[in-house]
Design a protein around this ligand. Sequence first.
Ligand SMILES: [Zn+2]
Length: 222
Amino acid sequence: MSGGLPPPQPLVSRAGRFLVIHEESFTGVTISSNVYVLESDRFYVFDAGGRPDLASFLRACGIEEGRIGAIFLTHGHYDHVTGLRSLRQFEVPTFISTKDAALLESSVQGAGAIEVSCEGPARILESIGIEKIDTPGHTPGSVCYLSKPDRTLISGDTVFSEGFFGRTDLPGGSDAQMIASLESLSRMGIDAILPGHGMYTMEGGSDALKTALSNAKCLLVP
Ligand SMILES: [Zn+2]
């Protein structure tokens, strides 16, 4: 008997150049988000999910903590950031908009995340072909990450594959900002959408964005 719990068996798939750890992997404690991982010289993790033991799920996917180059967060809600707790001892650089720093702090005290707009994270993102786009509306500091070679958008809770947009009724949400963010995203020529929740789509991203924009214009107050 070796004792201890068996390692988790994450539900994973591949979306273009990203490994997807689906949110259903993290059941049991709280709600979670999808986690996306890009392998380059190191592993780059987008969102950290809602369970405090993300590291064990990453390990089950062959991703050792010491090989994680950086973590980029789409926003500060607890279901996207709580997994950071398991990675803190490795001092992985973690980036989030400072406008969401207080949200992050309320879920992961002392997380010490760095502003995503600074030169350091911009250089890392450039080296892996990714552009950060400010998309406030769901939260003040919400951002999306656009993978430029394959027009793939890691969209957090701003927009989902089916053409729905994220909630704006939580603290810091803004109807007008959500509409403006969807307007700018819908002009970008997006193919794939990798959302914070639900299934991703590998094609028709722009159509989903246009649907989300027209839904938002009907349902929100600009
Ligand atoms: Zn959220």
